[in-house]
Design a binder for this molecule. Structure first.
Ligand code: DC
Length: 206
């Protein structure tokens, strides 16, 4: 059986937590596609050419240390503007999406560009303030020296770049179910996501 769940949305909306929980619930594999761009961004910060880094990417690179750092997030959003970089990462993502047993992919363009034929599509959002607040707590817990203001400014800058780029901009697919997590705790957000996927599954015989 192949069943693809596409989960898109802006930075720090809760996509990662929701995607992992949805994948665990259905027994599907999960790919955080932001890690692909982060791995390329990290290589570029170390002096590599973006396209060469994207073409040379292997699965183990997604486990590299430091990919969650704020400067790597910004570098990822910058390399993600380049059409050639995006093109170099398409095959890996599509092969993952079609794997037997089902797959959850989260990112910015999964439901629109990578897997427009995905059986279930979610668009997870929250206000910039709520997202920055959550990211701040995460970074603080990890020992990072950052201010709330800086985290909010970073989130807003990354949103703008991700939404305004010409190639595969962040936008909800027309057939995506939107989940705004601003007023939800994580359990309610996960329950809403699972319910939305189950509603789509009813129409498909596995
Ligand atoms: O989801 P994330 O915060 O780890 O993503 C980091 C950056 O990578 C994000 O700001 C834009 C880019 N990205 C993308 O362009 N397309 C995706 N499918 C996933 C991430």
């Amino acid at each position: 059986m192949s069943f693809t769940i596409a989960i898109d949305g802006p930075a720090a909306a809760g996509k990662g937590t929701i995607s992992r929980a949805v994948a665990a619930h259905f027994g599907f594999a999960h790919l955080d596609t932001g890690l692909l761009y982060r791995a390329v961004g990290a290589r570029v910060l170390a002096g590599a050419d973006p396209l060469a880094a994207a073409r040379a990417l292997v699965a183990e690179d997604l486990e590299a240390e430091g990919l969650r750092a704020p400067e790597v997030a910004q570098a990822a959003s910058k390399v993600a503007v380049l059409p050639e970089v995006r093109a170099a990462l398409v095959d890996f993502q599509r092969a993952f999406a079609r794997r037997a047993g089902g797959a959850v992919l989260d990112g910015r363009d999964i439901g629109t560009v990578i897997c427009p034929e995905a059986e279930a599509k979610l668009f997870v959002t929250a206000s910039a303030e709520v997202r920055a607040g959550r990211r701040y707590l995460e970074l603080e817990a990890g020992g990072a020296q950052v201010s709330r203001e800086q985290v909010l400014a970073d989130v807003i800058e990354r949103d703008r770049r991700d939404r305004e780029r010409a190639e595969a901009p962040l936008v909800a697919a027309r057939d995506a179910v939107e989940i705004d997590t601003s007023q939800m705790d994580i359990d309610s957000a996960v329950a809403a996501a699972i319910a939305a996927v189950e509603a789509r599954m009813e129409g498909k015989n596995p």
